[in-house]
Design a protein around this ligand. Structure first.
Ligand code: KIV
Ligand code: ZN
Length: 510
C-alpha cells in the first residue's frame, strides 16, 4: 500500500483559531504527543509572528527530534531568516515558505503583478534552500488561481530546489470533484513534478475539508496537511483524526496507509482540546463524546447481537478503553497512579502527589471519579506556574437581590481582595477579578457543560475574553459552576499576562 505523509499544523494553523494562545510549555507538550502519534511533519509555528511563536518553534526543534519540524515563513528574507534561526539545530528541519497566487490575492492583498509574485517565490525558495535541503513551497489560495500560472510558479520553485509543493484550498471554496480535476491539471502542467512531494491543505469553510483532502488522495498526492480536532483559521482545517480513520476504515477504496498510531488519537484530541480550550462538539466524528454512543433501542439491540451492524470502527481503535476499575474515595495511590499511566499522563512524583491530593478532595465531593475528571485534575497543575491564583470566592445571588461577588486572589504571592455586583453571579465574579487586577476583560464567549454524566458531574466552563485587541481563551473545571467560571476567566487572564497583552496595575500589586 502507498504511504501518505501526515503534516500536522495544529501548532501553526490550529493555533491561529480565535482565542487560542498556547505558551511554549503547552506547545512542547502537544508536539511531544504529536510525535508519539506518529505524524511525519509537525509545523511548530510561524517564528516571525511573535517572540512566543519563535520560542515555541525553537524549543520544539531542539527537543522533538524524531519527526520533521517545519516553520512557516512568508516569501521574504526576514521571515525565512527568522524561521531558520528557530529551526537550526533541529534534527529534520523544514522551511515552509508561501506566497499567494490567486488574482484576487495578488491584486488586492499583495498589490503585485503575477511576474513579481513568480520572481518572489523563486527567490524565497532559493534562499530557504541555501539554509536547508527540505523546503516546502505553498501557493496560498491556489484553488482560486489560474492553472497555467500556478504550474509556472511550481515549475520555477522546483527548479531552484523545492522538495514539497503545496496546493491549498485556503478559503475552503473547492468541491471534491472540482478540486481533484484542478490538482490533476496543475500536476500535468508542472515540469519536474515527479521530483517532489505534492501536498494539499484544505480549509473547512463549507464543511468539505476532509472530503477535498480525500479527493486529493485519489489524484495521488503524497502529503495531507491537517490539524487535531480540525481546529484552525475560521472554520478550521481538515481534521487529522477524520482523515486517518477514513483512510484506514476505507482502505479498500483509498489503498493508502499512514504512519499514525491510531490508538493515540483519542488522547491527542483530548490534550489539544484541554490546552487550547477548544471544546469538542459531542457529535464530532471519531473523537466526539457521542461518536460511539448508540441511543436508539433498535441500534442497541443490533449492537448487542452483532457489533458490526452499527459500528464501522470501535472505540479501542482510537485508544478509548473501557474502564474496568471504578475510582472513588477509597481508591489508593497505586490504582490512581496506574490509571494515569494507562491514560498516557506521565506525572513526575511531586506532580503526582499534588494531583493525588486534589483527587482525594474531588472524590470526597463525587461518588465516582471518571477519566474526564482525571484529565481535569492534571489540568489544574498549571495553577502553580500562574501569576494569579484564586484564593477564595464568595457569591450571593437569588431572586430580588443584586448579585454580588467577593474575590480574593494571590497575585505574585500577595493576597488581594475586592467585591462588586453584576448582572448575575458570574458577571459579578468576573468584574470583581477585573477590579482587583485593574484589568478590563470583555467576555466574548461563555460555555458551560457537564464534564461527564451523572448528578454529581463537574462543570466545565470555557471562556473567550477580549483584552484590548486580543482574544484569549480559558477553561475551568469544578463541582461548583461559579468557581469553574472564575477559574476559566483566571486562566484567560494568566495567558494574556504571559503574552504581555495585559499588565496588572502597579497600585494593585505593591
Ligand atoms: O491556508 C493556507 O493557505 C495556509 C498556507 C500558509 C499554507 O495556511
Ligand atoms: Zn491554512
Amino acid at each position: 500500500m502507498r504511504r501518505i505523509d501526515i503534516f500536522d499544523t495544529t501548532l501553526r494553523d490550529g493555533e491561529q483559531s480565535p482565542g487560542v494562545a498556547l505558551n511554549s510549555d503547552e506547545k512542547l507538550q502537544i508536539a511531544r504527543q504529536l510525535a508519539k502519534l506518529g505524524v511525519n511533519v509537525l509545523e511548530a509555528g510561524f517564528p516571525i509572528a511573535s517572540p512566543g511563536d519563535f520560542e515555541g518553534v525553537r524549543r520544539i526543534a531542539q527537543e522533538v527530534r524524531s519527526v520533521s519540524v517545519a516553520a512557516l515563513a512568508r516569501a521574504n528574507v526576514k521571515d525565512i531568516e527568522r524561521a531558520w534561526e528557530a529551526l537550526s539545530g533541529g534534527e529534520f528541519p523544514r522551511i515552509h515558505t508561501f506566497i499567494a497566487t490567486s488574482p484576487i490575492h495578488m491584486l488586492y492583498k499583495l498589490q503585485k503583478s503575477p511576474q513579481e509574485v513568480l520572481e518572489q517565490a523563486i527567490q524565497a525558495v532559493k534562499l530557504a534552500k541555501s539554509k536547508v535541503d527540505n523546503v516546502e513551497f505553498s501557493a496560498e489560495d491556489a484553488s482560486r488561481s489560474d492553472v497555467d500560472f500556478l504550474a509556472q510558479v511550481f515549475t520555477g520553485v522546483i527548479k531552484v530546489g523545492a522538495t514539497v509543493i503545496n496546493i491549498p484550498d485556503t478559503v475552503g471554496y473547492a468541491t471534491p470533484e472540482e478540486y481533484a480535476a484542478f490538482l490533476r491539471a496543475v500536476m500535468e502542467r508542472t515540469s519536474g513534478i515527479e521530483k517532489v512531494k505534492v501536498s494539499v491543505h484544505c480549509h473547512n469553510d463549507l464543511g468539505l475539508a476532509v472530503a477535498n483532502s480525500l479527493a486529493a488522495v485519489g489524484v495521488g498526492v503524497h502529503q495531507l496537511e491537517c490539524t487535531i480536532n480540525g481546529i484552525g483559521e475560521r472554520a478550521g482545517n481538515a481534521a487529522l483524526e477524520e482523515l486517518v480513520m477514513a483512510l484506514h476504515t476505507r482502505r479498500d477504496k483509498f489503498c493508502v496507509d499512514t504512519s499514525i498510531v491510531k490508538t493515540e488519537l483519542a488522547k491527542t484530541s483530548r490534550l489539544v482540546s484541554r490546552l487550547t480550550g477548544m471544546v469538542i462538539q459531542h457529535n464530532k466524528a471519531i473523537v466526539g463524546k457521542n461518536a460511539f454512543a448508540h441511543e436508539s433501542g433498535i441500534h442497541q439491540d443490533g449492537i448487542l447481537k452483532e457489533r458490526s451492524t452499527y459500528e464501522i470502527m470501535t472505540p479501542s481503535d482510537i485508544g478509548v478503553e473501557a474502564e474496568t476499575i471504578v475510582l472513588g474515595k477509597h481508591s489508593g495511590r497505586h490504582a490512581v497512579h496506574q490509571r494515569f499511566t494507562d491514560l498516557g499522563l506521565e506525572l513526575e512524583e511531586s506532580q503526582f502527589e499534588e494531583v493525588f491530593s486534589r483527587f482525594k478532595i474531588l472524590a470526597d465531593r463525587k461518588h465516582e471519579v471518571t477519566t474526564a475528571d482525571l484529565f481535569s485534575l492534571v489540568d489544574l497543575k498549571a495553577e502553580k506556574e500562574d501569576q494569579i491564583v484564586l484564593d477564595s470566592l464568595q457569591v450571593s445571588s437569588g431572586t430580588n437581590i443584586t448579585p454580588t461577588a467577593t474575590v480574593r486572589l494571590m497575585v505574585n504571592g500577595q493576597r488581594l481582595e475586592d467585591a462588586t455586583c453584576g448582572d448575575g453571579p458570574v458577571d459579578a465574579a468576573f468584574k470583581a477579578i477585573d477590579k482587583v487586577l485593574g484589568t478590563k476583560g470583555k467576555l466574548i464567549h461563555y460555555s458551560l457543560q457537564a464534564i461527564d454524566g451523572g448528578e454529581d458531574a463537574q462543570g466545565e466552563v470555557t471562556v473567550t475574553v477580549k483584552f484590548g485587541e486580543n482574544l484569549v481563551g480559558g477553561r475551568g473545571v469544578s463541582t461548583d459552576i461559579i468557581e469553574a467560571s472564575v477559574l476559566g476567566y483566571l486562566e484567560a487572564v494568566n495567558r494574556a499576562c504571559g503574552r504581555g497583552w495585559i499588565k496588572i496595575q502597579e497600585k494593585n500589586v505593591s
